[in-house]
Design a protein around this ligand. Structure first.
Ligand code: AMP
Length: 771
């Protein structure tokens, strides 16, 4: 029977556990419970031997020799774009020793880490950690491990979760659930403490190596209901280490009269520098851990740093608990502030919290425990007995609950999740599960979900902490009666900044003639936003007046369509700003409608795969549309013009010309849709030439146009133009070409007075919605 495990995929360390009759934390191939989340490449013994990945403890051992090729803390980069503020900060501050760059094959936002000169995505690196965990678990269980519940920080957004799923898939694991880490910790706590009908509200304070997660959960009748979450995904023990390192360097500088110690280290010989930084990191962390139990610790690094005379500059710093507490005050204050904030966000007061559960290595620090005791009272604060293993244990419990089948705790026979009693030994499985605590988890929305309205206004669609799964439908109004495009842009707000989660564009292709009545008013669009328990977001949109025009899409599936939609949006915004003529804008609009159809098929909705040819094709069409608009080419309007000429004045156009126009028109339509810029320009030129050949018909078309323009405002003038057309046609049909020509010459000045004004009018493409 294939096994289902729980995995705590941590920033610093990862842990795996399985639940059978009891919970077992799994030992890795090195015989240890904790696997450092660290990846490198085996040094090649022979020039042609295949490179192999090394994960965990053995990878970490290379840190001092070759820090540039040891990937640590990859979780910080999961689902992040290259331009992300925090990523840029990591790069600028050299917080990670390996190289982070733009991915040469991805979109401009995609990020890669460099390992032995080769690019890898964070998902690929993370998958190596998961793969080791899977293989080690299979060895220890003597069975296949296909399924896992993987924990993620409560603060992970959709993209980060999606990246985690991708990593699991690459590692050959099927994800049963992505479980927020604090919830996992509380599950492991809940099993021991909340049974049957008890109800408790706990604040899980998970302060690990790289992240700080907060979560308020109510545990009742075996259900875990998330009330709210908070924290800071960029705060952890590593920040404390950095503060201590800064202190140690400053002290050493003072001792040796070196003003800028960081610069001094930077200027060391490359090998010595790496050796020193590795040593500093290890010793600082050791001192920090020691200070959780002792009153002082020493950091000594001898004989590595050298000054310009070749003399040793040694590090020999004493750190007292008092000094340490002073150094970490800003970090502890931040954790207190964020703890107060989460309670405020969900309108809770500290007295409503039954227990504060401290998990994660950094919550061992006495000053942190003390601060929480001050906030909530001594008796409420519990430090988890196994702070580093709690999360994996909780994940294992849920993984066991979600497995289709499991082993009967009494006789070990395979029973199915729906069995109430073991068929073999008659053990009461239903009672057992309730007693065990976990029945299911009610998840909640991690962020506020907004949709953009016109004038860049944001409309709150679904509020943070809404229980999931959840769906909501709202009706919005388009901004113009003749609007043909609807752009729906969804964002989360994370740390007070927009975090785009995706776009939906709908094009409106309706039969104009049938819809004269409906055109008077702007249409309405019904938008449904659905969020499932994994925070995966799906949107559905349908026009209220034309329910057939509808579209649905899972947001945050891929970045490629997002990039295309952004360039489309930019292209339309630019066209609107530059004030192109109405004709040009009609062409831009039609091109946009067709581009939207293309973009909507770039990502396979089932597999999430990107269709490269369609991606490139769509990008080419956006560029072509922008260029043609800037140069004032309007293919679509020329086609409308010719269709109208053939329809109204067909009898005045010789059959040969008609056939020629139709042929070229068909070709132009074809290249408008599929052709390159050059092909498009050529086809348009050809087409225009055959229109120019229409001679007098073009003049008649002008008169007709003047008539249409005047129809609403000056009907009598419009009728004058229409009558003139009739007279000219009659003279022409009777063979009085000269008379026809006279009438034409007489009316044209009046015609131009009307049409010139119209032709210089600028057009606008409406795409927004309003409430
Ligand atoms: P985690 O992400 O939960 O595995 O926590 C790892 C972080 O906890 C690292 O930054 C460790 O340095 C830190 N840590 C582990 N044990 C202790 C301790 N006793 N006191 C202070 N920090 C600790």
């Amino acid at each position: 029977m294939s096994k289902s495990i729980g995995i705590d995929l941590g920033t610093t360390n990862s842990v795996a556990a399985i639940k059978k009759t009891h919970i077992e934390v799994l030992k890795n191939a090195e015989g240890e419970l904790i696997t450092p989340s660290c990846v490198t490449m085996k040094k090649k013994k022979l020039p042609f031997s295949k490179p192999a990945f090394v994960v965990g403890k053995h990878a970490l051992e290379w840190m001092k020799q070759d820090p540039e090729n040891i990937i640590v803390a990859i979780k910080r980069l999961m689902g992040r774009s290259y331009q992300n503020k925090h990523v840029q900060q990591i790069i600028a501050n050299h917080e990670l020793h390996y190289r982070i760059s733009r991915h040469s094959k991805g979109t401009e936002k995609s990020l890669a880490v460099i390992l032995n000169g080769k690019e890898y995505t964070p998902e690929e690196i993370s998958s190596k950690i998961l793969e080791k965990i899977r293989i080690d678990a299979e060895k220890s269980q003597g069975d296949k491990v296909d399924y896992a519940v993987i924990t993620v920080p409560a603060y992970f957004n959709d993209k980060q979760k999606h990246a985690t799923r991708t990593a699991a898939a690459l590692a050959g694991l099927k994800v049963r659930r992505l479980l927020p880490e604090p919830t996992a910790a509380a599950i492991s706590f809940g099993v021991d403490n909340v049974k049957g009908d008890d109800a408790k509200t706990v604040l899980v304070f998970d302060f690990g190596g790289g992240t700080f997660d907060l979560s308020v959960l109510t545990i009742s009748g075996g259900q875990f209901i998330e009330q709210g979450k908070g924290g800071d995904m960029w705060l952890g023990g590593e920040d404390i280490d950095r503060f201590i390192s800064d202190y140690v360097l400053a002290e050493t500088g003072k001792e040796n009269q070196i003003d800028d110690m960081k610069k001094f280290v930077k200027n060391q010989d490359e090998k010595q520098k790496n050796l020193f930084l590795g040593e500093l990191k290890t010793k600082v962390e050791k001192a920090k851990i020691r200070l959780s139990d002792e009153d002082e610790a020493y950091i000594e690094i001898l004989g590595i740093l050298k000054d310009s005379d070749g003399d040793s500059i040694d590090v020999d710093v004493e750190l007292t608990r008092e000094q340490f507490n002073k150094i970490i005050t800003p970090v502890v204050d931040t954790t207190i502030r964020l703890t107060r904030k989460i309670l405020e966000d969900i309108n809770f007061t500290p007295d409503l919290i039954d227990n504060v559960l401290l998990v994660g290595g950094s919550s061992r620090i006495p000053k942190v425990v003390e601060a929480m005791k001050q906030e909530f009272g001594d008796e409420k604060v519990l430090v988890h007995e196994r702070p580093m293993l709690a999360i994996a244990e909780g994940a294992a419990i849920l993984s066991h609950r979600l497995a289709d089948t499991y082993e009967c705790p009494k006789c070990g026979q395979t029973v199915s999740q729906s069995d109430k009693i073991c068929k073999n030994c008659k053990f009461d499985l239903e009672k057992y599960i309730v007693e065990q605590g976990v029945v299911d988890i009610v998840h909640s929305a991690a962020h506020d979900y907004y949709i953009y309205l016109e004038n860049n206004e944001k409309h709150l669609f679904i509020e943070k902490n809404t229980p999931l799964p959840f769906e909501k439908t709202e009706v919005f109004k388009l901004v113009h009666p003749e609007q043909k495009l609807v752009h729906m842009k969804f964002v989360n707000i994370v740390n007070e900044a927009d975090e785009p989660i995706g776009d939906l564009w709908v094009g409106i292709d309706t039969d104009e003639k049938k819809d004269e009545k409906k055109k008077k008013d702007a249409l309405h669009i019904k938008i449904t936003l659905k969020i499932d328990e994994n925070n995966l977001v799906e949107v559905e949109a349908a026009l209220k007046e034309y329910p057939d025009i509808q579209l649905s899409k899972t947001l945050s599936r891929g970045k490629s369509d997002e990039k295309l939609f952004l360039s489309l949006e930019k292209m339309i915004n630019e066209a609107n700003l530059k004030g192109y003529t109405e004709y040009t804008m009609i062409d831009v609009l039609h091109r946009s409608l067709s581009i939207i159809k293309n973009i909507n098929t770039v990502i396979n909705t089932k597999t999430g795969e990107v269709n490269e040819p369609i991606y490139k094709f769509s990008a080419m069409k956006i560029e072509k549309a922008a260029r043609m608009a800037a140069e004032g080419h309007a293919g679509k309007t020329s086609i409308y013009y010719a269709e109208s000429a053939l329809h109204s004045f067909g009898q005045a156009i010789p059959a040969k010309n008609q056939a020629d126009i139709r042929k070229r028109m068909k070709h132009l339509e074809e290249v408008d849709e599929h052709g390159t810029y050059d092909e498009n320009i050529r086809a348009l030129k050809d087409f225009k030439q055959s229109i120019d050949n229409l001679g007098g018909v073009n003049a008649l078309m002008q008169i007709q146009k003047a008539g249409h323009i005047c129809m609403d405002t000056q009907p009598s003038k419009a009728h004058k133009f229409y009558k003139c057309i009739k007279d000219i046609m009659e003279e022409f049909q009777n063979g009085n070409d000269e008379k026809a020509s006279e009438l034409l010459t007489a009316i044209m000045p009046e015609v131009y007075a009307v049409t010139n004004k119209f032709d210089s009018k600028t057009g606008v493409i409406h795409k927004d919605i309003t409430k």
